[in-house]
Design a protein around this ligand. Structure first.
Ligand SMILES: [Zn+2]
Length: 174
């Protein structure tokens, strides 16, 4: 439980910095992203070991929501609701998440695609340093994703702290 408290603190710090306000559909402020990613990473590990603790699922749902991953936020909230007494607040939140999910650009890459992108970036960045652009990521996307989806995916990558190739590798694919 102590570990969960610490993750909660990190998440709250990220939420404060994110400047999103409640139910604001803006991308998180850049300085908030490292906190949000750290909280999400820790909570993801936490729920693997503690899958029956509703609070952990709720916090993970909030972290995903801040990073605008509405599909994941919905999934985690539903897990919490299965473990907890039904309440009105959850139902309202679930409704809003579904509503907002439809409006925002989700990353929408399959786990296999993310893995393949990760392998590609890892190879290229081992040969050459990151040039602080999304050059490599974009070239992979152009070869693997329909053109019409490109700009949405690039936006979604940035929402998750992927502003250049090495950040995509460490923040998004990882
Ligand atoms: Zn970089």
């Amino acid at each position: 439980m102590e570990k969960l408290e610490a993750l909660k603190e990190t998440l709250i710090e990220g939420q404060k910095l994110s400047m999103q306000g409640s139910w604001d559909r803006r991308a998180p402020a850049k300085k908030a992203v490292p906190f949000l990613l750290e909280a999400r990473r820790g909570l993801k590990d936490y729920v693997v070991e503690n899958e029956t603790i509703p609070l952990a699922w709720r916090l993970l749902s909030q972290a995903e929501e801040c990073l605008l991953n509405y599909n994941n936020a919905i999934y985690c909230l539903e897990r919490a609701m299965e473990l907890d007494k039904k309440n009105q607040k959850d139902l309202k939140r679930l409704f809003l998440l579904k509503d907002y999910g439809g409006m925002w650009n989700e990353l929408n890459l399959s786990p296999e695609q993310l893995e393949s992108l990760g392998i590609f970036l890892d190879e290229k960045l081992n040969a050459d340093d990151c040039d602080h652009s999304l050059k490599l990521t974009k070239s992979w996307l152009e070869d693997n994703i329909p053109k019409s989806k490109l700009s949405k995916i690039v936006k979604a990558l940035k929402n998750q702290g992927g502003f250049c190739d090495c950040e995509v590798l460490s923040n998004v694919v990882d």
